[in-house]
Structure formats: structure tokens, C-alpha cells
Design a protein around this ligand. Structure first.
Ligand code: T3D
Length: 262
């Protein structure tokens, strides 16, 4: 598939999506939003069993391309709510509900919506030189793209407030210590570690992994009682899958399982 602002391919059931506007640190334009949405639809349609997102060049993503937000003196101001509703909110919903694990390899600076897009992925690895910046406060905005929702839940209120109000860069190691991301890895190992993880998921029991993601994300909104009921329902469904049967058989046979995603 050929796009102007991203690279996209599906290989061995891994959908690899690379933001590709390196001169602008992979900042989002409307065109790029359209291409990312299209690629994620293609990934689902073609049965990808994991998604791997990263950036090209020295940055991961610098959020909205501010070149598209310049207002001439006396000119009409942009309706940011319309942009958030049309582009950023659907992207965050798509990532958090995608029916397979979404791995994010943060290869450099992740700023504004770029940071919050990373935090919306299921497993985030970052290279040691990467940094996360809630840069919204510098231009009079709030952390959108789920930032006000994810930050306090992942890092706690004081750190969420600190990041959002000061816009201070948080390096990858600190992001991992704070629970914002899964792991900080050496820069030259990021691509291979992230691909190994995405490949492992793509060879895994896809329905079980997707249900795990749904259950854990949903748990943040439910009581324990409600969650226990949800777990019962999901276990009932997953117990009927071929992959569960294969997992148990492989364990008993002392061999590696061959999951099909069914
Ligand atoms: O608008 C809506 O639709 C609502 C939704 C908004 C969501 C948002 O994301 S709002 C927040 C937008 N993003 C930012 O405010 C971040 C702006 N960028 C920066 O603060 C810095 O570039 C970084 C801290 C990310 C990186 O700094 P540094 O020193 O490593 O790189 P740099 O030199 O600033 O950037 C390199 C180039 O990328 C540079 O271009 P040049 O001078 O080489 O031609 C810079 O202008 C460009 N660039 C970086 N970020 C953006 C950008 N160009 C357009 N938009 C950007 N967001």
C-alpha cells in the first residue's frame, strides 16, 4: 500500500505503520490522519494480529502540524474542537479498541498529541534518547488525544499535573519508572525489540490477547463486582476457542503451541 505521509505494510500478520514526515518530526496533517485511519482499517480487514507503530527520522511524532494552524492577523480562528472530533478522538478510540495488541516504538521525541498517541497504545517501548513532552501548555491548550485521561491513570495525579502544566520533557527511563510506558531500551535495540514483541503477539492467541486488552482497559471504568462478571463472560467465550484447546494441548505435550487466532 502506498501513502504519502506514512509507510505501511503487513508482514507475517504484523501491521507495521511508520509516521513518515521526518522534516516535521512526523507532525500530523489532515492527510496523515486520513492515511493512518485507512491503514488501521486495512490492518483489521486483512487480519493483522498485531500492530507496530513508530516514526521515521529522529522523532516519533510532534503532534499537530502547527503550520496548518497559523492565523493571519484578523483572520478566522481554527475550530480545534472540530479537528479533535474529526481526527484525534477517532484515532485514540481506534488504537484503544483495535482488536489486537498495538505496540508503539517511540524512537525520538513524542510531543503534544504525539505523546498521547503513544500513551494510548497497548505496549510502549521507547529508545533511551526518546522524550515525552506534553507541549500543549506552551501554546495555551490542554493535553488532548486522551492525555487528560491517560496521564493521571498511568502516572498519578502529581506527575500528570507536573507534565501537563510545565511541559517539562520526561525522558524514556523516567517514563518507564513512572509507569507511563512498558520499557526503556537502548536506541539501537528499539526496532528489533519492538518487532520481536509485535511478532510474538501476531503468533499468539489473538482472541485471548484482544479480550485481555478489552478487559484491562474496561476495568478502569468498572467496579470490582462488574469486572468479575466481565472476566467470567470472557473466560466462557475464550474457553470455546481453538487457541485455548491448542494452548492446553501444547502444554501437556511439552511443545510450542501453534496458535491460529481462532
Ligand atoms: O490543532 C488541532 O487540530 C488540535 C490538536 C492538537 C494536538 C497537538 O498536538 S497540539 C501540540 C502541537 N505540537 C507542539 O506544540 C510541539 C511543537 N514542537 C516542539 O515543541 C519541538 O519541535 C519539539 C520539542 C517537539 C522538538 O524540538 P527540537 O529542538 O528537537 O526540534 P525542532 O528544531 O523544534 O523541530 C525540528 C523541525 O520540526 C523544525 O522545522 P525546521 O526549523 O527544521 O524547518 C520544526 O519547526 C518542525 N516541527 C516540530 N514540531 C512541529 C514542527 N513543525 C510543525 N508542527 C509541529 N508540531
Amino acid at each position: 500500500m502506498s501513502y504519502a505521509t506514512i509507510h505501511f505494510e503487513i508482514e507475517d500478520a504484523v501491521a507495521k505503520l511508520t509516521f513518515d514526515r521526518p522534516d516535521r518530526l512526523n507532525a500530523f496533517t489532515a492527510e496523515m490522519h486520513g492515511e493512518v485511519a485507512d491503514a488501521l482499517d486495512a490492518a483489521e480487514r486483512e487480519g493483522a494480529r498485531s500492530v507496530l507503530i513508530t516514526g521515521s527520522g529522529r522523532g516519533f511524532c510532534a503532534g499537530q502540524d502547527l503550520n496548518d494552524r497559523a492565523v493571519a492577523p484578523g483572520g478566522e480562528k481554527v475550530d480545534l474542537g472540530a479537528s479533535v472530533e474529526r481526527f484525534y478522538n477517532p484515532l485514540i478510540t481506534r488504537l484503544t479498541t483495535f482488536p489486537a495488541p498495538v505496540v508503539c516504538a517511540v524512537n525520538g521525541v513524542a510531543a503534544g498529541a504525539g505523546a498521547n498517541i503513544a500513551f494510548a497504545c497497548d505496549i510502549v517501548l521507547a529508545g533511551r534518547s526518546a522524550r515525552f513532552i506534553e507541549s500543549f501548555s506552551a501554546i495555551g491548550l490542554i493535553p488532548d488525544s486522551g492525555g487528560t485521561w491517560h496521564l493521571p491513570r498511568l502516572a498519578g495525579l502529581p506527575r500528570a499535573m507536573g507534565m501537563a502544566l510545565t511541559g517539562e520533557p520526561i525522558d524514556a527511563e523516567r517514563a518507564a519508572q513512572w509507569g507511563l510506558i512498558w520499557k526503556c531500551v537502548e536506541d539501537d535495540e528499539l526496532a528489533s525489540e519492538a518487532l520481536a514483541l509485535a511478532t510474538k503477539f501476531a503468533q499468539g492467541p489473538t482472541q485471548g490477547l484482544a479480550a485481555t486488552k478489552r478487559a484491562i482497559r474496561g476495568a478502569m471504568l468498572r467496579s470490582l463486582e462488574e469486572q468479575l462478571e466481565r472476566e467470567r463472560d470472557l473466560m466462557r467465550t475464550l474457553g470455546q476457542t481453538n487457541d485455548y484447546g491448542e494452548g492446553v494441548a501444547a502444554f501437556l505435550d511439552k511443545r510450542r503451541p501453534r496458535f491460529t487466532g481462532h
